[in-house]
Design a protein around this ligand. Sequence first.
Ligand code: SF4
Length: 385
Amino acid sequence: MVRTKKLVWLDALMSAATSLYNPEIQKAKEDGRKIVGFMYQELPEEILTAAGCVPIYLRGTGSEGTEFADAYFRQLTCNYTRHTFNQILDGRYDFLDGAVFYNACDHSRRIYDNWKLLPDNPVYHFLYVPKKPGKLAKEFYIDEIKKFIKATEDRFGVEITSERLASAIKLHNKVRCLQQELYAMQQGESVYLTGTELLMVMLAAVSMPRETYAEILEKLIAELKTNQEVFTPKIRLMYAGGHIDNKDSFELLESQGGTIVVDNTGFGSRACAELIREEGDPLEAIIDYYFEEKPAATRQMMTQEARLERAGQLVKDYKVDGVVTARLFMCDIWAFEQFILRSYFNKQNVPVLELEMDYTPEGEGQLRTRVQAFVESIRAGKQDC
Ligand code: SF4
């Protein structure tokens, strides 16, 4: 899609998503806000917001190589981890006032281990998030959240009260409601955003202060509706993948005539699918949301059926013609996820393309050819009907 009009608010969010120390973070820093890097998606951002901090998603955006990180990681480590750590070693995260991690996977948690070895590092906590559901696991999780709160209070010299938690929930829910509105605009025959734009708008949410994001997103939705520049995708795709968050990667997937109308990613549709309860005790509401209400992440055990059901529902709701799944080289979590998604959609006769990608697109020509063949096969199938 070639836009004929400049969309100011879309540009603002796209640029926030594609740079680490973006103007909104710089402004927050000047205003005295504390910026805290965190691992997506099971670390409760609301607790950081309640402490007055700006939580931002740690990633390797802007990295062009892994030469520094390669001294710390073997080649068997995924490239999200190596590119992110390379940016850390290159000083691109020097603006951070804190960083928190959790046991997302055995690759990414090593960023924590290695960063802790560096002088003046901002890392102050590691949260253990159980992979299993159940009563015992939840009790353990509650203790972990309390330790996380205490560590954050000590680090920033603030008290995280119930009032502060309640107001953080409201703010994050406001963001989620606006994002839901945006996704609803992608469900019709005509859509307002390309998949690349949609994913970058979602990524911007974890790249800047949430108050500013909510204001800009509200303006963007109004801008899109007023502008009325919609387009009708000929081939509607769903994208599902792990820590791929590079604009160029999504552009590549959309370069052959297919449009990503919806995604199944942690920073995308899963981030806004459910709201946190606003009644009752706010800490309990946050714990319930992250432990059992939010759509499950791929690492969570015994959630396979729910994950597949959700993916199947997205395909129906967004009238998807084909599913593109992508994993980074060496990512075992997404190797399993790709397998179960393929088996599930094969039974439903939904075409699936499985890709292995680098964090920054490499072997571009080969990937382009595979995407082209996939899109062509869907197009031919539609013409036969
Ligand atoms: S891409 Fe896979 S291996 Fe790498 S951090 Fe994400 S889940 Fe872990």
